[in-house]
Ligand binder design. Sequence first.
Ligand code: ATP
Ligand code: MG
Length: 559
Amino acid sequence: MDEISNTTPSNFIREIIEDDIKTGKHTKIHTRFPPEPNGYLHIGHAKAICLSFGIARDYNGLCNLRFDDTNPVKEDVEYVDSIQEDVHWLGFDWDDRMYYASDYFDRMYEFAVQLIKNGKAYIDSSSAEEIKNAKGTLTEPGIESPHRNRPIEESLKLFEEMKEGKYEEGEYVLRAKINMASPNMHMRDPLVYRIKKATHHNTGDKWCIYPMYDYAHPLSDWIEGITHSLCTLEFEIHRPLYDWFLQALNLENLPRQIEFARLNLSYTIMSKRKLLELVQEGYVSGWDDPRMPTICGLRRRGYTPESIRNFADRIGVAKRDATTDVALLEHSIRADLNKRAPRVMAILHPLKVIITNYPDGKTEELETINNPEDESMGLRKIPFSKEIYIEKDDFQEIPHKKFHRLFPGSEVRLKSAYIIKCNEVVKNEMGEIDELLCTYDPETKSGSGSTRSVKGTIHWVSAQHSVKAEVRLYDRLFLSEDPSSDEDKDFKELINPHSLEILKNCLIEPELVKAKAGEKFQFIRTGYFCVDPLSTDEKLVFNRTVSLRDTWAKIEMKK
Ligand code: ATP
Ligand code: MG
């Protein structure tokens, strides 16, 4: 595993933890990350992972991976596998502490029996409809169920029979006996167990009653000895219930739930349900489509674990919800790749240039630097010959005022090679430009000490030595800054129709043929790119991770 930075800035949760260590409340910090295996992890989960695993790392504690699989119908092993892969890839590990909430179903059942015995829970035979109607509102108290004072013995018997499958779904439920007049709706005798005749991916058909999340979560935390249970703000209102269950069972060494603001990213959708919709309806090629905000999508796009961890550190942990500019995420990968990605030459829109005074059949091996940011990355050779390709938009037949690249009569430096001059534009019958005829100045070879300088430098590849590749240019998947804001509008109407552009006839320098899946490069002057995992020797495919500069910022400025 790669080296992990330990430079996470402090935040209110870390302060609580430091305090708990100082006062001796805890000697060993124990956190957990509890995904529900009903989808792939996304960048929001990455924030939660970096927080809980990062705290364990920095305070010499432990962090468990726990699959929250209390709902039998939505879960899938595909998700269980992908979640493990993604957490590992981010650079974190749970050793032998991978658990399922369903591992604790037996104990949870016993605890529920205990709740009934303690007079803290009862079997209700009201229908779902009746329970709902008796809930009350924010301004009115609820109405106590007629079964609320059912004798303990009777509830115990019914609960056991529920477990044995004697009843149908909805006939009975187990409810906590709390307070139907509580201003917190979650405290108005919430459900603890319901009958569900479903096969569970882990426990099969052993159970036909399943615990509710609000009950299963504190107990799972307690069973695992979690000290700090970190979750997002929507659970704040559930916290009294979290604490109530543990206290009603007279347990000790209680975990503490602390809530933090979830990550919202501009131009991004994070709801698993909506992401699934994009996948199932074919708007993207899969969960790992490089435009998806999923961890596997970001990985395929060329993001590094370091860049995501740095991003998580940088956005920090707050107590109030806000939206983070996606440009910050893009900045973090740019900063990371700037340090480590070798610079190479690739032509996305080729325009042929013939250097008329260069000897036929000659090839020169020119030297170029791999990364000006990191000299230790050394030099490499690039072949130069009479016919080369440059980028179409590095030439203008009628140049606009500040254009310092190639136009008829102008001179430009070819990166790490020579200065060339454009003498003639050759067109086809349609009047389109076919090629440029140029001459080079042999005295201007880069690194030879030539003092002649020109205003523009452009990149190029040797025609004969270059290799064809497909390049996929990705842009933001949504045109709207907040694609979820308008509830009446289908979020899919806000998809950016130009979020993927495929260029099939790009030309890359021969060095790149050796590149392996996932390898990352800076294509000089165009952006950061990586080799797609499905790239083959016959068909090389590169994904654009990010452009060199934030082009959206410019568009925003103009607006
Ligand atoms: P669901 O709507 O299916 O419950 P979820 O995004 O809450 O989706 P979980 O699998 O329950 O998915 O999430 C696991 C953990 O990740 C939870 O503790 C949750 O608080 C946290 N988490 C989820 N989304 C975000 C987010 N956008 N930012 C930070 N943390 C998140
Ligand atoms: Mg959730």
